[in-house]
Design a protein around this ligand. Structure first.
Ligand code: CMC
Length: 372
C-alpha cells in the first residue's frame, strides 16, 4: 500500500521562509536579523532588540528614543482589565492569567481587527509594554501585596524588576535579566511561534494568535521547562545528590527538563551567555549551590547521554536567584517572546498562505450505519 511519509512533530520539515532569525545547529549559532544573539546580549538592550526584530535594523539613537517613549507610554494597565485580572483565581497557573489578559486586551481594543502594518505595530508595542505590568501585578497579588504602578523614568527591565520587588535592583541583576530577555526573544519556528503563525494564517486577529502562542509556550516541553528545572533543582537540594538523582531519572526513562533540543543536537547556542549570567548572579547573591548543582547535572548528563542543556537550564536558577516565584518564570519568557511572536505574525500576514497540513487516516474503513 502507498503510505505517505509521516513527519511526526513536523521534525525536519521546512514550512516557510523567514527573515527574522536563523538557527544553524551545525555551527551552534542563532542570529536575529543577521546579528549573533550572544553579541546582541552583550551589547544591546532588550528595547533595541525588540526594535531590531520588528524593523529589521537596529535603531539609531533618535529611533530608539522614540521607541522608548512609546513603550513607556503604553505600560499602564487600564482599570477594567486590572479588575478582571484580579478576579482570576489565584489557584490557577500564572500563565493562565497572562493568556486571559491578552485575550481581554484584544476584546477591549477597537483596532483588534485592523490588519494594517501600522495597527499591527501599535498592538505589538502595546503588548510588549503592558505585559510586565500584568506579570508583576500577578506575582505581587499571589504574595498578598498591592501592585506597583509602572515608573516612566526607568528602562524596560529596571521598571519591571521595580514593579515586582519594590525597588530598583542592583545592576548585576538588571544586566543578567536583560540578557535573558534578549536570549528568549526569538527562535524561528518553535512551537509557540508556529501556533501564532497558524492562527494568523486563517486571517484571525493578532491577539488571538498571541493567546494561542501563550497556550503553546506554557507546556513543559517548551517554555514551561524553566520552571520544571528549578523544581528539580530544589528536589535535588544538595549538590552531592545531583548525580544519583540524575541516574534515577535516566534509569526510569524520564526526560530531564532543561536538556535536549529539537533543533540543536550539539548544544543550545544561547546557553553559554546565560550560564555566564547565572554565574554572575550567583556570585552577587552569594549563593553557589544552584550553580554547583547545575555543573554536576550538566557534566553527568553529558557523560551519560551526550545531551547538553538548553536555555531553560540556566534561566531557571537565574530567575530563582533574582527572587522570582517559580510559576512566574514562563510568564517572564512571554514578556520577551512577545517580540518574536509579533514579528512572525506580521511576516506571516504579509505573505500569507493558510497553514493546513494533511493527515494519514488510520481509523476504521468506511462502513454503513446499521439502522435498527
Ligand atoms: N532527557 C533525557 N533524554 C532526552 C532528553 C532529555 N531532556 N532529550 C532528548 N532525550 C533523548 C530521548 O530520550 C531520545 O532518546 P532515544 O532516541 O533513545 O529514545 C533522544 O534523546 C531524542 O529525543 P526526542 O525526544 O525524540 O527529541 P525531540 O527533538 O522530540 O525532543 C525536546 C526535544 C526538547 C522535546 C526534548 O529534548 C525534551 O523533552 N527536553 C526536556 C524539556 C525541555 O527542556 N524543553 C525545553 C526546550 S528548549 C527551550 C524552550 O523551548 O523553551
Amino acid at each position: 500500500t502507498d503510505q505517505p511519509t509521516i513527519y511526526k512533530g513536523l521534525a525536519g520539515v521546512v514550512v516557510d521562509k523567514t527573515a527574522i532569525s536563523k538557527v544553524v545547529p551545525e555551527t551552534n549559532s542563532l542570529t536575529y536579523r543577521g546579528y549573533a544573539v550572544q553579541e546582541l546580549a552583550q551589547h544591546c538592550s532588550f528595547e533595541q532588540v525588540a526594535y531590531l526584530l520588528w524593523n529589521g535594523e537596529l535603531p539609531t539613537d533618535v529611533q530608539l528614543a522614540d521607541f522608548s517613549r512609546r513603550e513607556r507610554a503604553n505600560r499602564r494597565l487600564d482599570r477594567t482589565a486590572a479588575s478582571i485580572l484580579a478576579k482570576v483565581p489565584e489557584t490557577c497557573h500564572p500563565m493562565d492569567v497572562v493568556r486571559t489578559a491578552i485575550s481581554f486586551l484584544g476584546a477591549e481594543d477597537p483596532a483588534a481587527e485592523d490588519p494594517s502594518p501600522q495597527a499591527t505595530q501599535a498592538k505589538a508595542l502595546r503588548m510588549l509594554a503592558v505585559l510586565p505590568t500584568i506579570v508583576a501585578a500577578d506575582m505581587r497579588r499571589r504574595r498578598g501585596l498591592d501592585p506597583i504602578a509602572p515608573h516612566h523614568g526607568l528602562g524596560y527591565s529596571e521598571n519591571f524588576l521595580t514593579m515586582v520587588f519594590g525597588e530598583v535592583p542592583d545592576p548585576v541583576i538588571v544586566k543578567a535579566f536583560e540578557k535573558s530577555m534578549v536570549l528568549y526573544a526569538e527562535h524561528s519556528f518553535n512551537a509557540s511561534t508556529f501556533a501564532a503563525r497558524v492562527v494568523t494564517s486563517t486571517q484571525s486577529d493578532m491577539y488571538s494568535a498571541v493567546t494561542a502562542a501563550i497556550g503553546a509556550l506554557k507546556g513543559s516541553l517548551h517554555g514551561g521547562a524553566n520552571e520544571a528545572v528549578m523544581h528539580d533543582m530544589i528536589d535535588i537540594d544538595r549538590p552531592e545528590r545531583a548525580r544519583d538523582w540524575l541516574t534515577a531519572k535516566l534509569d526510569a526513562k524520564e526526560k530531564v527538563m532543561g536538556f535536549g533540543h529539537r533543533v540543536y543536537k550539539n548544544g543550545d547556542s544561547r546557553v553559554p551567555t546565560m550560564r555566564q549570567a547565572l554565574q554572575e548572579v550567583s556570585a552577587h547573591v552569594g549563593e553557589d549551590k544552584w550553580m554547583t548543582i547545575y555543573a554536576e547535572l550538566e557534566d553527568e548528563m553529558f557523560t551519560r547521554t551526550g545531551i547538553k542543556p538548553n536555555l531553560d537550564f540556566p534561566t531557571g536558577p537565574a530567575y530563582f536567584l533574582m527572587g522570582f516565584d517559580i510559576p512566574a518564570f514562563t510568564p517572564v519568557f512571554v514578556m520577551s517572546r512577545i517580540t518574536g511572536w509579533t514579528a512572525h505574525i506580521a511576516e506571516q500576514a504579509a505573505s500569507n498562505a493558510l497553514i493546513r497540513p494533511l493527515s494519514a487516516y488510520d481509523g476504521p474503513a468506511q462502513r454503513p450505519i446499521l439502522v435498527r
